[in-house]
Design a protein around this ligand. Sequence first.
Ligand code: FEO
Length: 396
Amino acid sequence: MIQEIKHNIFTVGANDPERKLFDALLPLKHGTTYNSYFIKGSEKTVLIDTVDPSKTEILLANLKQLNVEKIDYIIANHAEQDHSGSLPFVLERYPNAKILCSDKCVPMLVNYLQIPEEKFQIVVDGETLSLGDKTLQFIYTPWVHWPETMVTFAKEDKTLFSCDFFGTHFGLDDLLSSGEKETYDGAKSYFAEIMMPFCVMIREHMKKLESYPIEMIAPSHGPIHSKPETILANYRDWASETVKNEALIMYVSMHGSTKAMAEHLSKTLETKGVKTYVYDISTMELGEVASHLIDSATVIIGTPCLLGGIHPSAAHLIFLMETLKPKTKFISILGSFGWSGGIMETITPMLKNFQVELIQPVITKGLPKQKDFEEIEKLADAISRKHTELFSSPAK
Ligand code: FEO
């Protein structure tokens, strides 16, 4: 997948369309790529990030195909192994290369990959490096999504090498192919699963990047953004403090009670103008649901009682939400039990770390009856009222 994306700037990374999971957690519908870039300056040569160690041979073969005899610098924008894991093998082939990275990145790479400290050269925030006819500038962007992360700006080519920032888990050979809906969806779920916990930092970084005349963003996962205004606008929206007039209902149902409650709530909310998405936790696709977590003002979790507690699938979801830190403002619970209570007793302590307002839950015994459906309608009323208040106040 070698492509010349700007004069003497080449993609040399690897496509991994068959990869099914990232971090042993995030499902990859379309696989991913590990983008690495080779820059041939008139005096110096640079490799920007490497690839997952499983794809080292592809990276080395691409460099060979380009007849790269010498690499002066390897820039490590990020220490996570899907970008750094091939470093020891690249150093074996190009032993004179110096690794340029942030101060926080050095001990990480020394520790993870046992690379000797003398191979590193720390670059500070804003520092520039001349390659002769090209100049690179290093911009610290901590917490997108690790503490050591930085991005690299090629000044003359107006290209930002952003590593994970602005990435997409989407396997493709042509990195310059224009973004279709699938890649938009992929970028959004990637943001939700990887970037969302760091919205505050992202807003700061977006402001910092405004002073750079960026004409292309070349991330280390998925397609290159040759019209960067689109992904920049999306990031401004996704990382903003605002949510939308939307509710996300996720339920697990053993005998149909919680499902009937979820469906009734969804139908009622829709009649009140609240856009509602309903998912069965047992079969839902995490990336799709995570994307809704960016926008939903309210989240409702439906669970049956199982042996005096909540269903383990609901518990897993709550744990995951705590990790992803969505911008959700309100939460409520739908639950049903057969012979024992315990849903709220179990779930209340689990919600204590959420900065959200709990709207009165509805818990039924067995299949919901007329009076239970009326309680659900009251819940829909309460959610709709909260949304009206939220969206009529200056800060949403
Ligand atoms: Fe793509 Fe944080 O590694």
